[in-house]
Design a protein around this ligand. Structure first.
Ligand code: MG
Length: 251
């Protein structure tokens, strides 16, 4: 099942997507939203960011080949950082390159959307707290990440957290191909099978630090092949079984 956030004449509405029809919900599905019986035709054009989380928890260096390309060892425990919700960007949006950075890079990632409050959940129970999955890009000002002690500035600019185009509930997060294309050229082509820490491990681990609320998001790390973005680029994040998150890059 695909859940999207659709722009309607009456404002943004969550909806289930069936072919070219959108079945509107009365609220977010992770808050118990149900179909109202209203339906409308949709295209990708009116889709908005499908999440409005209280927090976006990100995992660094969760693929060995990516840790190596940045010159890091593989972490013994998941490496956590946060992105502010103000960094969120929806499908069709423009990643804005800030003047404070000379090198902004793409990191294609699987986003996990929480469906039920999770506090100190066991790995075996973790997937029962997941609503679904989306494509995401952990946009990173690499020069600022290297300069600062921690990642808040480098990862936290407005538009640095695109997520979409919708949330897919039916996906095996342990075996999904994930790709990033920049202006048509494939930059990243990996699989979530190569994650060091699996989705159940990550949900459980994070939930031992902070309560995960319904609608919260975890970005699960990026495979190798990260590289720079330039103004005017098109940016596509594709995950088999979900779809393609299409973006542009500007200033
Ligand atoms: Mg990342």
């Amino acid at each position: 099942m695909r859940t999207a956030n659709v722009r309607t004449a009456g404002g943004p509405r969550f909806a289930h997507l069936h072919g070219d029809s959108a079945s509107l919900l009365d609220r977010a599905p992770w808050l118990g939203g149900k179909p109202t019986g209203e339906a409308l035709a949709w295209t990708e054009d009116p889709l908005l960011c499908p999440v409005s989380p209280s927090k976006v928890v990100c995992i660094g260096r969760n693929y060995a080949a990516h840790a190596k390309e940045l010159g890091h060892d593989v972490p013994a425990e998941p490496l956590l950082f946060l992105k502010p919700p103000s960094a969120l960007l929806g499908p069709g949006g423009t990643v804005l390159l800030p003047p404070e950075s000379a090198r902004v890079e793409h990191e294609a990632e699987l986003a996990v959307v929480i469906g039920a409050r999770a506090r100190r959940v066991a790995e075996a129970d973790a997937l029962a707290h997941v609503f679904g999955y989306a494509c995401a890009c952990d946009v990173t000002a690499r020069d600022l990440q290297r300069k600062d002690v921690q990642f808040t500035r480098a990862k936290g600019f407005d538009t640095f957290c695109p997520i979409g185009p919708w949330i897919e509930t039916d996906l095996d997060p342990a075996r999904a191909r994930i790709r990033c294309r920049v202006s048509g050229a494939t930059r990243q082509d990996g699989t979530t099978a190569h994650m060091i820490f699996s989705v159940p491990t990550l949900v459980s681990y994070v939930s031992h630090m902070m309560t995960l609320e319904p609608g919260d998001v975890i970005l699960t790390g990026t495979p190798e092949g990260v590289g720079p973005l330039s103004s005017g680029d098109s940016l596509e994040i594709e995950i088999d079984g979900i779809g393609v998150l299409r973006l542009s890059v500007g200033t």
